[in-house]
Design a protein around this ligand. Structure first.
Ligand SMILES: Nc1nc2c(ncn2[C@@H]2O[C@H](COP(=O)(O)OP(=O)(O)OP(=O)(O)O)[C@@H](O)[C@H]2O)c(=O)[nH]1
Ligand SMILES: [Mg+2]
Length: 347
């Protein structure tokens, strides 16, 4: 250290007297007490102005639910008032004759197709609960049937004036069967018979037929039974089905996808069991695969958690999603009607 320089250790409290320290401590205690009183006062004021935080949270939740419920009721009202043509507007059909559709009691018939256990019946029940405001749907889930039969059943036909139907198409084994046909090309025509029986409404409600049995001969005028046809198709696949990502569904659905697309119908695809997806980053890939397998435009691919035994309490999000899907099916259904009617006109 150089000359003239010193290091001094300063005890900064050395020159503070005991009395002064006591005074400072008292002042500090008083300041703390004052601040605490201020905080308590502010808290009391907050509690006076607002309910407790938990109550606030509940209130916010209740308001959110109320909004969803209102939205859900608005959508339901629109669906119950739905008349054929509402989605596309009357001009859309100006060049074709759609009197049969206007006069039809059943309106747009939406076929629900998909592999066994994919959640078709549960989806129908979810729609029923949304449309009928009931606590359970009437479609039986997880029922077993003979492997080689197609069973068709109408739903929503018990609502007076409802201008669309959901048609549950139980085809145990059909998708594997159809793939088998496809791979052994010789039998494709048999598969086509099964599909046309379904699409052209040749299987009457509750009738059971064999795959390859022709249900009905084509009537003289092939358009005469048009209101009975399926006008839209919703493919129901489960996100937990490994055949989706492996590409097997791409093959399984080949025949039916081509049948539908070649007739100008845009299918809708519903992906169930979304509550069981652990890795949300998979959703995009699942959607792409489902779109390719079903031939549905990606904008017509929807994820849903159906009502199921572990999720049975009313959920407006579920019901809103179901109604969104129904609206989408009505939209593509009306489009298909015009395509078909134009073909009829062209002869
Ligand atoms: N967690 C969950 N379970 C579901 C969902 N959808 C359906 N399930 C359950 O999946 C099982 C099969 O559903 P179903 O509706 O019977 O399937 P399906 O397509 O009608 O089957 P088949 O009539 O045999 O062709 C049932 O146990 C349902 O409760 C969903 O979104 N989430
Ligand atoms: Mg079923």
């Amino acid at each position: 250290m150089g000359p003239g320089l010193r290091v001094a250790y300063v005890n900064k409290n050395m020159d503070v007297s005991y009395e002064a320290k006591k005074k400072r401590a008292r002042a500090l205690r008083e300041t703390v007490e004052r601040e605490q009183r201020k905080l308590q006062e502010a808290e009391r004021e907050t509690l006076r102005l607002f309910p407790k935080e938990e109550d606030q949270r509940k209130q916010r939740h209740a308001e959110h639910l109320k909004k969803l419920q209102q939205e859900s009721l608005r959508e339901l009202e629109k669906l119950l008032k739905y008349r054929f043509g509402d989605k596309q507007g009357s001009c859309y059909f100006s060049s074709v004759d759609v009197r049969d559709m206007h006069g039809s009691d059943s309106g747009i018939r939406i076929g629900i197709l998909g592999p066994t256990g994919s959640g078709k019946s549960s989806f129908i029940n979810t729609c029923e609960r949304a449309i009928k405001l009931t606590t359970r749907g009437s479609c039986k889930t997880q029922i077993r049937g003979a492997e080689d039969t197609i069973l068709v059943e109408d739903y929503l036909d018990d609502i007076e004036g409802c201008k669309f139907r959901l048609v549950d198409i139980r085809t145990p084994g059909f998708f594997g069967y159809s793939a088998h046909f496809h791979m052994h090309n010789a039998h494709v025509s048999e598969s086509d018979i099964a599909i046309s029986n379904i699409m052209y409404g040749r299987i009457r409600p509750s009738q059971i037929i064999d795959f390859t049995e022709r249900a009905d001969e084509l009537s003289d005028s092939w358009d005469s039974d048009f209101p009975h046809w399926l006008h839209a198709v919703i493919f129901v696949l489960s996100v937990r089905d490994p055949r989706l990502l492996s590409g097997t569904h791409m093959i399984n659905l080949n025949v039916i996808r081509e049948f539908i697309r070649s007739r100008g119908m845009d299918p809708v695809c519903v992906l169930t069991h979304v509550d069981q997806v652990r890795d949300e980053s998979q959703l995009d890939l699942i959607k792409t695969k489902a779109s390719a397998a079903t031939g549905s435009d990606p904008s017509h691919v929807y994820f849903i958690e159906n009502y199921h035994p572990d999720h049975n309490e009313r959920d407006f999000n579920i019901e809103l999603r179901a109604m969104e899907i129904l609206n989408s099916a009505l939209m593509v259904g009306e489009r298909y009607v015009r395509i078909h009617k134009r073909l009829v006109k062209l002869g």
